[in-house]
Design a protein around this ligand. Sequence first.
Ligand code: SIN
Length: 491
Amino acid sequence: MTLTSALTDKLDEPHLVAAGGFINGKWNTVSSRGKVFRVTNPATGEVLAQIPDLSTHATRDAIDAAYAAQPAWAALSAKERADLMKKLHRLMVEKADDLATILTLEMGKPFNEARGEILYGASFIEWFAEEARRIYGDTIPGHTANTRISVIKQPVGVVGVITPWNFPNAMLTRKLAPALAAGCTVVAKPAAETPLSALAIARLMEWAGFPPGVFNIVPGTDAAAIGEELCANPKVRKISFTGSTNVGRILMRQCADGIKRMSMELGGNAPFIVFNDADLDAAVDGAIASKFRNAGQTCVCANRVYVQAGIHDAFVARLKEKMEGLRVGNGMEEGIDIGPLITDKAVAKVEDLLADARGQGASVQMGGTPMGEATFYPPTLLTGATKTMRLAREEIFGPVAPVFKFETEAEVIELANATEFGLAAYFYARDISKVTRVAEALQYGIVGINTGLISTEVAPFGGVKQSGFGREGSKYGIEDYLDIKYLCLAV
Ligand code: SIN
């Protein structure tokens, strides 16, 4: 187990990361199978760390630790849990620069964007620390004169969380925070590409003084084995997953036998609609923000840009002008807007989708070929996109903006909803009647109206259809980690 100087030399506090699993309050630096895996910087190919490649045994140990720790954690007062969470929040904010450096090095997103993710991640810890004290129940008038009915809420128990590489900090804290606030304990499996950000959170929790076993991390490349243990082990009462719809389906099948509770934040295929009466500049800025955040590697990125005929040419010209100003490069350098894609496989997927679109007549206005260095891909603008192209149905997960021209409101609503996904949608319009109609007609869990940025800890994030179920953030987010119990008292 090692951290290399390519990582530690860039940190003010090199001890922020330990290269191992974190189980029952101890750093597990050796895999029982003697295996290690490498974490590399996608911008440079440099090795940042070698981590013990943990699997089923370590997962079982972590679950046992979480199971043993859960009753005492739940028995603390809400204020005691909240106070520890507030300490963690303070540490995250204090160490935001180092946490952002770790994130940029292992994932690639530009440093300022990474710092934004750290503060976004910390905001969930703060929000749910506050929510811990508002887990209210109810009293219900009894059904007979001598009964008294009340409703209490109790923690679900041990939660298995499986998090993706595109937001290695915030997707973890968005699950961890409501779980801790509710009185649950957690076993986390971070993505093998980006385990360091999660390990840094464990370090901060250690420094904040969380009891052993409350939070455990199992880093490893054998996602199938770790996931299967989390889903099959009867001590785990809930799984919260962010990732692809296909993996979500597998996890649901594995959880079926144990009738486990689940929260699923799965794939998206966001339409971004610009009507003729839109504020053109605002729509272009929104498209840039939504499409190019994290190099297009988010579940809520604009995937299909629909522009009404009357504004189409002006929008495309303005969008191209703005896209020409975006700088691609190593996220640790100043002034970079777009970092590398996560892997060669991600580049190949973008290439495949573009080849298909070109073959069906889409025209490339800019970009469209890999930059030939690492996994950098240029911002790419396509016009003449149509519904038969694969990129109309599949998540691009890259900096490619395909523009589809449309004529009528009814037509674009039908096109926008013609997908099995239903996470985020966006539209720009000024007519208030149309705004109301379109917002209600879009079959999505999140709708951005005249904005391209919808992510915040105060609102419920989550999808409908095959984008999943459950909500993260907001007052709704904690409900996914609580069981309702009703007490019927005869007096
Ligand atoms: C995601 O891509 O899964 C999450 C993006 C966000 O929270 O904004």
